[in-house]
Design a binder for this molecule. Structure first.
Ligand code: PS7
Ligand code: MN
Ligand code: MN
Ligand code: MN
Ligand code: MN
Ligand code: MN
Length: 357
């Protein structure tokens, strides 16, 4: 049961929802449950950014053409009939029939359309900066600041756009618009989890998003992370990355307190619940160095239930996985103490939100 009513949808809208279900692993379900006011705007927002990311990820497109496509995507998405037929990525069909997305974008309320366009301009240019940076191409991201700026472009900006949509539609507390760092944390937490998880796959495709400032504390050469001989050090590096991601947890919980609509709450909370569980699943798990690890279906199912109730039940999910991280923490890890303190702080924060007698 979702909020869609296919009898009232145009053919192009139906096609957009088909693409949504084809291209998104986790977002399709929660998006289609959204309050009808934001159902189509957020679906189209997703498809535009998915189109942009399909170009970013496509390593068969020559760099100069890729950079030009990323920087002009916001103009292309205004051209009636625009399509792109030169991608070899998994989601290339979306770009080959992008004209249906354009048709629907033009029917949006201007305030919603402007949010999508603003984010597309900024994200496309940010992706292009990294795609054409010779240092990044040759040696990967260097500093933690550069890592966070990349996460800002591909996820923080999504959060900014979504927050504007929630506030415009009155599904979110207008105070959220005055707290950009809460919004940024929502995006950083999801994107950092994705980057930590994708280390192997990204590397095989020729990219490195772990910043050298972090991995060089553990190994001399990037390749050593994948050498079984250096496994202990590689696990400490992953711990270091997870420790960094966990600094966003409190602000994420705080942001979610600003949702004024159950469907919007579910939409923002489910991915955060999946992210904390994924961090726990990766913590001290050598499989991360070989393939994308996944939380179990059972855990995913429970998170879906807990994250569609209220902030208290979401805090319970966070507390559960934080405690599991604490239990797995290894005294031989150079960040043992930092991780322990970080987890205690998150638990304490939850305790102040919901004191137990
Ligand atoms: C809720 C304040 C518009 C719903 C949701 C398509 C997932 C794909 O998958 O490594 O490994 O190939 O290439 C903040 C979603 C951030 C973004 C970023 C939360 C649009 C999404 C395009 C903000 C999602 C974080 C690239 C860029 O990584 O991925 C609130 C809606 C959210 C899309 C994600 C993904 C980036 C991404 P993969 P990549
Ligand atoms: Mn991608
Ligand atoms: Mn990408
Ligand atoms: Mn074609
Ligand atoms: Mn990824
Ligand atoms: Mn990828």
């Amino acid at each position: 049961v979702h909020s869609r009513d296919p009898s009232k949808e145009s053919e192009t809208a139906k096609e957009c929802f088909r693409f949504l279900n084809l291209t998104s692993r986790s977002f399709a379900a929660v998006i289609q449950e959204l309050n009808p006011e934001l159902l189509l705007p957020i679906s189209l927002f997703y498809l535009v950014l998915r189109g942009l990311d399909t170009i970013e990820d496509d390593m068969t497109i020559p760099i100069d053409q890729k950079v030009q496509l990323l920087r002009s995507f916001h103009k292309n998405m205004e051209i009636d009939g625009w399509q792109f037929h030169e991608s070899n990525e998994k989601d290339k069909e979306l770009l080959e029939k992008f004209d249906v997305v354009i048709t629907e974008l033009k029917k949006l309320k201007p305030q919603y359309y402007n949010v999508i366009k603003d984010v597309t301009i900024k994200m496309g240019n940010g992706m292009a900066d990294y795609a054409q940076n010779d240092e990044v191409i040759k040696n990967g991201v260097q500093s933690i600041d550069d890592y966070e700026l990349y996460c800002h472009y591909v996820a923080g900006l999504v959060g900014e756009g979504l927050t504007r949509l929630f506030v415009e539609s009155e599904l979110g507390n207008p105070k959220l618009a005055e707290r950009p760092s809460l919004t940024e944390s929502m995006g950083q937490f999801l994107q950092k989890t994705n980057i930590i998880r994708d280390i192997r796959e990204d590397w095989e495709e020729g990219r490195r998003w772990y910043p050298k400032e972090i991995w060089s504390r553990h190994v001399d050469k990037w390749e050593d992370l994948f050498d079984p001989k250096h496994q202990a050090k590689a696990l400490n590096c992953i711990s270091d990355m997870i420790l960094d991601a966990l600094k966003h947890a409190e602000e994420c919980l705080f942001y979610m307190a600003g949702m004024r609509d159950q469907s919007a709450f579910n939409f923002v909370a489910i991915p955060q619940g999946m992210a904390i569980a994924t961090l726990e699943c990766m913590f001290r798990n050598p499989d991360v160095l070989k393939r994308n690890v996944k939380i179990t279906k059972g855990d995913a199912c429970q998170i879906m239930m807990e994250c569609t109730q209220n902030l208290f039940t979401v805090c319970e999910v966070f507390r559960k996985y934080i405690r599991k991280i604490q239990k797995k923490n290894d005294p031989r890890d150079p960040n043992y103490l930092n991780i322990s303190v970080r987890c205690a702080k998150i638990e304490q924060f939850i305790e102040t939100l919901y004191p137990r007698q």
